[in-house]
Design a protein around this ligand. Structure first.
Ligand code: EPU
Length: 418
């Protein structure tokens, strides 16, 4: 297993380019199951999670060809029904094939994802919604078994905002008979992008990006071409890296419009962030100011940036309160940050962070994707050497973050561990 070794203290300077979005790409791969013909996806990031969804699709009889960042996906002859435990346990987003499989092939056997490092993350809203669309659902031996002749449109109201639930049901409803209305739908940019791609495939979706999405079912969908949008969380992570190192970087391919809540907090913390030509310039200040943050569904502050912002607050002047409202267990990075000298205490779903003058390098362990990124950020700002183990979590969702940071001047390297 690889380790990342960071020697802190270097200011980040230069230009960096953001790659394609993981959370936009995964549902679009799943959506290809709904189509006949060859879908062409470009700007797909090289990530472990993309490899996993490709394995899930191939297992269902989908032909997937790959050339660098371009994928050709042909589900015309897809005939399998099963997303097995071995794949789903490595990536929960595999459950996104459930809606498309039932809608197009009338049957799906998808392993229940089980627990996760950041929270219980059940899929009850996905299942309840599919039942309302007329699917018969049974849970057997750890698998979700779903069957339907043809799904029928329905009005479905989510109890809480769910990105994956909205995506799964939106995909299923495209081939249902009649009209589906999703109320209290997720408004994340990735949901909007999926809806746009489905419409290019011939779906009739309206209202994406608002809380009410309407889908008029069609008979069939055809393959399409699509370029994956840049990753807003990677861009935000790079901004935080500049803030932590008093750096000055230009971020190319930055999806600024998807980052308003993040940019607003970073500016409040003292960073200068400005649109400059074809990118965004992000510059850190001498001393970070403390800000309070509460994660919320889009357009609120994303939970996927919570750990990175918390690292900034460990070095801020004063006290900040960071509340996590999306996942009940997304504070595992705190104990690792404490080992680096951070002063943080947890009260319910809030972390109370008292800024300190310095963090110090230490061996730490990554526990999930965004926690890994946050530990690298902490290492960039810390005195001495930080060794981050279990970086396979990082490789699930950031393409070459260590190389990108090294190109900006960070003293960082990947070491093959025994
Ligand atoms: N929830 C339920 N029941 C459901 C579905 C969700 O109780 O049936 C709960 C979850 O347990 C959670 C909340 O609702 O507490 C929100 O979960 P959501 O369904 O929105 O999350 P997700 O679709 O599983 C996606 C991203 C996550 C991101 C969240 C929130 C993908 C592949 N994953 O997960 O990304 O944190 O939305 O924005 O799009 C990451 O990239 O590191 C990551 C975890």
């Amino acid at each position: 297993m690889d380790k990342i070794v960071v020697k802190g203290g270097e200011r980040l300077i230069g230009e960096v380019e953001v790659g394609g979005s993981k959370n936009a790409a995964l549902p679009i791969f799943a959506a290809s199951l709904l189509t006949e013909g060859v879908n062409l996806l470009t700007n797909v990031p090289h990530l472990k999670d993309v490899d996993t969804i490709v394995r899930v699709l191939r297992n269902l009889g989908v032909k997937v060809g790959k050339e660098d960042r371009t994928y050709r996906i042909d589900a015309t002859k897809a005939s399998g029904h099963e997303a097995p435990y071995d794949l789903v346990k490595t990536m929960r987003a595999s459950v996104l094939v459930l809606g498309p499989l039932v809608a197009r092939l009338g049957k799906a056997m998808v392993s229940l994802p089980g627990g996760c490092a950041i929270g219980a993350r059940p899929v009850n809203f996905h299942l309840k919604g599919l039942e309302m669309l007329g699917a018969k659902i049974e849970l057997q031996h750890g698998y979700i078994e779903a069957k339907a002749d043809r799904l029928k449109g329905a009005t479905i109201s989510f109890d809480t905002s769910t990105v994956g639930g909205t995506e799964n049901l939106m995909m299923a409803a495209t081939l249902a008979k009649g009209k589906t209305v999703l109320q209290n739908a997720a408004m994340e940019p990735e949901v909007v992008e999926l809806a746009q791609v489905l419409n290019k495939m011939g779906a009739r979706i309206d209202g994406m990006g608002t809380k009410v999405i309407q889908i008029e079912g069609v008979e069939s969908l055809q393959a399409t071409d699509h370029e994956i949008v840049p990753d807003r969380i990677e861009a935000g992570t790079l901004m935080a890296a500049a803030g932590l190192t008093r750096g000055n970087i230009k971020i190319l391919n930055c999806p600024v419009r998807h980052l308003e809540a993040v940019i607003s907090k970073l500016v409040e913390s003292g960073m200068e962030i400005e649109v400059e030509g074809d990118g965004i310039r992000a510059a850190g200040s001498k001393r970070i100011r403390s800000v309070d943050v509460k994660t919320a569904p889009y357009p609120g502050f994303p939970t996927d940036m919570q750990a990175q912002l918390m690292v900034m607050m460990t070095l801020a002047r004063g006290l900040s309160v960071i509340s996590e409202t999306i996942f009940e267990n997304r504070f595992i990075h705190i104990s690792e940050l404490q080992r680096m000298g951070a002063e943080i205490r947890i009260e319910g779903n809030s972390a109370i962070v008292q800024g300190v003058e310095h963090l110090h390098g230490a061996p730490v362990m990554a526990t999930d994707l965004r926690a890994s990124a946050s530990l690298i950020l902490a290492g960039l700002a810390a005195e001495g050497v930080t060794e981050i183990s279990r970086v396979y979590h990082l490789d699930r969702g950031y393409e070459g973050l260590d190389k990108k940071l090294a190109n900006l001047g960070a003293n960082i390297k990947r070491v093959k561990a025994d």
